[in-house]
Design a protein around this ligand. Structure first.
Ligand code: 48H
Length: 257
């Protein structure tokens, strides 16, 4: 059989169309493909849940590619090493508490293992709003990132999910949308986003875990977004908190689904 450009086009269009149709209704929709989103997606998929992840950029991995200041090594504390091991990511002991891993191996392995576990990832799609029913988040409003970037006036599409996880990092984009539209109703002491505080790695890593929770009915927050919502500090290029937070949010949702 001869190679045919039209068959190549048809194959791509059909397969993508099937994939999108399969994911119009899911158990969990994750926004943001950084380390916390990937870990959450991996554990949810492993537990047999139907889970989809939307990432604005062409590449998955968020802030993990660049390690610290583009030195592409990450540091992970002892208690989170087991998560690297779960994925088969190699790490090296630096001292009794700090371990290092190659940032590129971490991103690529995590992404590959999450997809093989059953997570579906759509890249180049931005989440611009949520779907709300009776004051509960029940889905996402999505559009092509290039549409967002060029500012074209193009209406979005909507996907339904029983739960949404905001793993958009420092910007807490989904939480911001809900805060703007449901004023004063977030699950924080003031009902509003408290913002991220300055560097304090040890406190930040602990806070990341305690701040990983349901922040509005149907909406969970994990990773850096958890601290940026709840007023926790930043932690710099130590990634154990992100991994543990992804695991925690997945466990909470597995319990509820
Ligand atoms: C689709 C979106 C949208 C949107 C954003 O920043 P991330 O890597 O997030 P985490 O929380 O998993 O990891 C944080 C870590 O990388 C980090 O920044 C640390 C540890 N910083 C410490 C410090 O002190 O600075 O990934 C978030 C992802 C990115 O890929 C975005 O492109 C994506 O979310 N994203 N995707 N729709 N509206 N907003």
């Amino acid at each position: 059989m001869a190679m045919d450009e039209i068959i190549i086009s048809r194959a791509i269009i059909e397969r993508y169309h099937e994939k999108l149709m399969r994911n119009l209704e899911t158990d969990v929709a994750i926004v943001g493909g950084g380390p916390s989103g990937l870990v959450a997606g991996y554990f949810l998929a492993k537990a047999g849940k139907k889970v989809v992840l939307f990432e604005r950029k062409l590449s998955i991995g968020g802030g993990m590619w660049g390690g610290g200041m583009l030195f592409n090594e990450i540091v992970v504390q002892a208690e989170a090493v087991r998560i690297l091991e779960t994925f088969g990511i190699r790490c090296e002991k630096y001292d009794d508490y700090h371990y290092t891993a190659d940032a590129i191996e971490a991103v690529t392995t995590m992404t590959g293992e999450a997809i093989r576990a059953g997570l579906t990832i759509f890249n180049c799609i931005s989440v611009e709003d949520v779907m709300m029913r009776d004051e509960k988040v029940e889905g996402l409003v999505i559009n092509w990132s290039p549409v967002e970037m060029t500012g074209l006036h193009v209406d979005p599409l909507t996907v339904r999910s029983r739960f949404v996880i905001d793993t958009t990092g420092h910007d807490t984009e989904v939480v911001q949308v809900v805060e703007n539209k449901m004023e004063g109703r977030l699950n924080t002491p003031t009902g509003k986003r408290l913002g991220e505080k300055s560097m304090w790695a040890e406190k930040a890593e602990a806070d990341t875990l305690s701040n990983t929770k349901e922040i509005f009915p149907g909406l969970y927050v994990a990773g850096m977004a958890a601290n940026a919502t709840a007023g926790g500090p930043r932690m710099g290029p130590i990634f154990g908190g992100m991994l543990l937070s992804g695991e925690k949010v997945a466990a909470a949702l597995i319990d509820r689904l």
